[in-house]
Each structure stands twice: as structure tokens, then as C-alpha cells.
Design a protein around this ligand. Structure first.
Ligand SMILES: *[C@@H]1O[C@H](CO)[C@@H](O)[C@H](O)[C@H]1NC(C)=O
Ligand SMILES: *[C@@H]1O[C@H](CO)[C@@H](O)[C@H](O)[C@H]1NC(C)=O
Length: 516
């Protein structure tokens, strides 16, 4: 079940925002990659100016929102290099992400001055052997690593009671729309930073909901790719990563840059590379992308959709109408055969599998570090016991860690659990999709993320609107492995038909909320 480690990216569409930051006529609030590239081309904006504007925005908002753990001290210098490359008209300067800043969730390794800590003091002063596979590809594509985004500590796998978006190094991250509403995790800072125009795009990771949920809660687009489509090497593991970026288009630019084979995650990335379309993903951004698409709706079975929740169903009625009006075929009231058996295989299996895999994967990650005070899960547990105040162990006990430490690798019972999870996927989600010839399953928020996670299936969440209190919610389209091209057509079609996303309230109101 290593499969659960999906790299995620967040793309956010930044439509406009908090305060209008402007330079030489360029407004960064809600600026898209297309707009930034046009401004580069017209010489009305440099990468250096762009990086400086984002740093200013981070300095304005971060003390309230706690979305960024560290800034890259080399970001401005890297932007100057990009500007020189553009001036010299180098081949690299024509790449789509060239000169574009990106934030990375703090569990994604970078071989530079930034720390990679998963939000824990235990990993400060560790030296990683190399850039994570996705970071290598980002650098090759010309993107500028702006810094590390905050996250639920250890991607939410230390403590069952720790809230989403909390880690020891930055404290509790805040939802920029309604401060009292859960910002969701674990890629919390990746989503908040895009939502508030602190950066153009960001990368997160997803094991089960860690991209889809924060993207949905913070009104940005999130793509969780098929597991293996993007390399997991160099990511502090549990299981997956996600990233979300503002607009569907921005997310697709990032997806295009990070997919592909990585020798440090060879088996999975080679296997999944067959899914990469030869022309890339950008040509899937078609305005009529919904036409003829068969979209499934499961109303009465938890884990697969709406769970008979009348309030949510009521909210989504208008989305169903929009989808139909845009040419999609809605296949409604679908049933899950053998639901009770499938649900129990999932609910009894997931945590046990993750506990075993986490210990194996974390120990492997720590062993590979060039230097580190931590070489095993046992070392991290001992660190937490030595510094309980620093890591808030009394408030948020390290119960996941302790339970994982007790596991002893993958033996017969664990093999059986993994087999049941595979069976739950083939008998559940895959059968549903194939029997009904569906292009995607529609689920609210991140409510379908567990089903997508256990099978390594992709999903894209798009802003779906705002509740009466102003809290954002998302609509998610999930599909079979490798269905990203189709999901992108669907998500883009929905986004273009609705354009729900709007930036959070002004900075002053964020302060008011967070004081509450
Ligand atoms: C990484 O952590 C070390 C030790 O706390 C600190 O001195 C350094 O400034 C950090 N790096 C960045 C880029 O913040
Ligand atoms: C953002 O705020 C948090 C919480 O105060 C802090 O730990 C972190 O270092 C800040 N990030 C930056 C880049 O200043």
C-alpha cells in the first residue's frame, strides 16, 4: 500500500485578493501563470519583482495565517538568474514554469538552505541526500522554490487529537475565509498560501484527503494524481502527497512539469508513466470539456459521496444543473454492491496498513539522510519525550507514533489487510466506474478521498461556492487510474461554467476573525 503516497499539487486560482499588490502595473492578486508569463514577455514584470511581491504578501499575512514555515534565502537570487536567462532568450526560459515561484509542503525534501522537517523540531539540522524527485523536475522546468509551506505535523500521523494545520514549528494555521473554520490538512499551508496570493502555485502531498480537503476548505483547485504518476522519492512519508493550485489551468502547468519516471521511485513511476499523454495535459483545458461526460452520483452510501446528507445534496443541486446544462450526463442514485463488506474492509484496514507502512517508510527515509539527529521512528519518539513542551506532547500525544512503533513489518495478517483493501477497490470504486461507464464520480468536499486513496486513484477538487458563513466548499471529480486527462477536461469545464472562486476577505477582516 505504498501506493497511497500520491504527490499532490495545489493549484490555486488567485482571482484577486487581499490587498492589491502592484508593481510596474502588474497586479499579483489572483494572477495566473498565463498572465504572469504574458507580463514577463511584455517586460512589464520580472521574476525578481514577482518574488519580492510574494515575499511582501507573506510578511503581511503569515503571522496571522501561519502558512509558510521558511522562506528560501536564495529565492531572490534565483529569480535574478531566471531574469537573465529570459533576457538571453535561453531554451530553458521558454519552459512554462520558468521564473514562476512555488511553495512546497514541508515534507518535500530540498537540497538547499531550506529545512525539511514535516513541521517537527526533531528534523531541524537534518541534511537530505538530494532534492525530492518532484523538486528536481520543478527546478529543471525553471520554477523558483520560494519556501516551505506549513502542514499538519508529520502529515497528520503523529497524534489522533492534533488539529488540522497544527505543527510545532509554526503553531496552528488559520483558514483565511473564516478563522473559526477548520483549514483542513495536511497540506494546509500549501492551500492557504495559494488562496491568499502568497505564491502562484504550491505542492502538497496526499495520503488520504491531504490535498483534496485543504484545497476544498480554502477555495483553491487541488489535483491528487494517480499514485506513481509523480515520484514519491524524497518525501517524508506516510502515504501521499497532493498539491493544489488556484485555477485548474495553473494546476495543470505544475502537473505537466512534475510527472514522469524517477529512478529513486522507479517501479511505481515507470508503471504509471504509461498514463502520461504524449502532448501533455495543457491541451485538455477545453471550454466544452463537460460535453458527453458521464458523471456518477452516489447518494446513499457513506465513503462514496453524499451519505444521504440533505443539506449537502441541496447545496449541490445547482451544480448538477450546471453540469447537465454544459452537456454532461449525470448517472444518479448509484448503488454500491456488497457495501457493508467493502466498507468494513476499508474501515478496518486503512489505519492498520498505514501504521505498518509508516514505520517502514519513515525509517527508510531517515536512514537515507546525510546527517540527522534522527535515524528511526524510535529516535523521534525519544526526542518528543525529551522535549514534550516544544512538541506539545501533553496536548497532542504521539499515539500514532507509539502504535506504529509496535508494528513488525508486513507479515501474514498485514498481507491480508492489503489484499482486502485491493479487493475493496476492485469490488467497490472500480466496479462502480466500469459497470456504469463513468468518466468521474462526483463527491462533495473531500468526502470521497478515502476511496480514492486506498486504490491510488486521482481526483481534482474545484471551488464549489461558499456557505452562509463564508466558508468555502469544493466539488471533487474522482476517476480511475490514469484518468487525469478526462478529469482535467471535466474540472476545467465546471470551473469555466461557474467561476466560483473569490479571494478571502481583506487582511483587516482576517485579523478580526483570528482575534475571535
Ligand atoms: C534551518 O534551520 C536552521 C536551524 O534552526 C536555521 O538556522 C536555518 O535558518 C533554517 N533555514 C531556513 C532557510 O530558515
Ligand atoms: C510564519 O509564521 C509562523 C508562526 O509565527 C512562524 O513560525 C514562521 O517562521 C513564519 N514564516 C516566515 C516565513 O516568517
Amino acid at each position: 500500500m505504498k501506493m497511497i503516497i500520491t504527490p499532490i499539487f495545489l493549484l490555486l486560482a488567485i482571482f484577486q485578493s487581499i490587498n492589491t499588490i502592484q508593481t510596474s502595473g502588474f497586479i499579483i492578486t489572483e494572477a495566473t501563470i498565463v498572465q504572469i508569463r504574458a507580463a514577463f514577455k511584455q517586460n512589464t514584470l520580472t521574476s525578481k519583482e514577482l518574488v519580492q511581491l510574494y515575499i511582501q504578501q507573506i510578511q503581511n499575512l503569515n503571522s496571522t495565517l501561519r502558512a509558510v514555515i521558511e522562506l528560501n534565502p536564495d529565492a531572490v537570487r534565483l529569480a535574478e538568474v531566471a531574469d537573465q536567462e529570459r533576457k538571453a532568450d535561453t531554451t530553458k526560459s521558454h519552459l512554462p514554469l520558468h521564473g514562476i515561484p512555488i511553495l512546497l509542503k514541508d515534507n518535500i525534501a530540498t537540497k538547499d538552505k531550506l529545512n525539511t522537517t514535516a513541521g517537527s523540531y526533531a528534523l531541524l539540522n537534518s541534511v537530505v541526500p538530494r532534492d525530492a524527485g518532484v523538486v528536481k523536475k520543478l527546478r529543471e522546468s525553471g520554477a523558483i522554490i520560494l519556501g516551505k509551506a506549513s502542514l499538519s505535523q508529520w502529515s497528520n500521523f503523529r497524534s489522533r487529537s492534533a488539529p488540522s494545520g497544527w505543527n510545532a514549528r509554526t503553531g496552528q494555521a488559520v483558514n483565511p475565509y473564516v478563522a473559526t473554520v477548520d483549514p483542513c490538512g495536511s497540506s494546509t499551508g500549501s492551500a492557504i498560501s495559494v488562496a491568499t496570493n502568497m505564491v502562484t502555485v504550491s505542492l502538497g502531498t496526499e495520503t488520504a484527503g491531504s490535498i483534496l480537503c485543504p484545497a476544498s476548505a480554502n477555495s483553491v483547485v487541488g489535483i491528487k494524481p494517480t499514485v506513481g504518476l509523480t515520484s514519491r522519492a524524497g518525501v517524508i512519508p506516510i502515504s501521499s502527497r497532493q498539491d493544489s493550485v488556484g485555477t485548474v489551468a495553473d494546476a495543470v502547468y505544475v502537473l505537466d512539469a512534475i510527472v514522469g519516471i524517477d529512478n529513486n521511485d522507479a517501479a511505481a513511476t515507470t508503471e504509471a508513466s504509461k498514463y502520461i499523454p504524449s502532448g501533455g495535459y495543457l491541451n485538455r483545458l477545453k471550454s466544452d470539456g463537460l460535453r458527453g461526460k458521464r458523471l456518477g452520483i452516489v447518494k446513499a452510501y457513506s465513503l462514496y459521496g453524499f451519505n444521504n446528507d440533505a443539506v449537502t445534496l441541496n447545496k449541490f443541486e445547482k451544480h448538477f444543473t450546471t453540469l447537465r446544462a454544459s452537456g454532461a450526463i449525470l448517472v444518479d442514485n448509484l448503488a454500491i454492491n456488497n457495501f457493508n463488506q467493502i466498507a468494513s474492509m476499508i474501515l478496518n484496514g486503512v489505519e492498520k496498513a498505514l501504521l505498518v507502512e509508516f514505520k517502514i517508510a519513515l525509517n527508510a527515509y531517515l536512514t537515507e539522510l546525510v546527517t540527522s539527529p534522527m535515524r528511526s521512528l524510535a529516535d523521534v519518539i525519544a526526542f518528543n519525550n525529551r522535549f514534550p513542551d516544544l512538541e506539545m506532547i501533553k496536548e497532542y500525544p504521539q499515539d500514532y507514533f507509539l502504535d506504529a512503533q509496535k508494528t513488525n513489518g508486513i507479515g501474514k495478517p498485514e498481507e491480508e489487510i492489503l489484499m482486502n483493501l485491493r479487493k475493496a477497490s476492485t469490488d467497490g470504486f472500480e466496479k462502480l466506474m466500469i459497470d456504469n461507464r463513468l468518466d468521474a464520480l462526483i463527491t462533495p468536499n473531500a468526502d470521497g478521498s478515502l476511496v480514492l486513496a486506498i486504490g491510488g486513484y486521482p481526483g481534482i477538487t474545484v471551488p464549489g461556492g461558499y456557505d452562509d458563513n463564508g466558508a468555502p466548499y469544493g466539488i471533487c471529480f474522482g476517476g480511475l487510474k490514469g484518468s487525469e486527462p478526462t478529469l482535467i477536461e471535466i474540472a476545467y469545464g465546471f470551473e469555466q461554467a461557474t467561476k466560483y472562486r473569490k479571494p478571502p476577505p481583506s487582511k483587516s477582516s482576517i485579523h478580526l476573525y483570528s482575534d475571535a
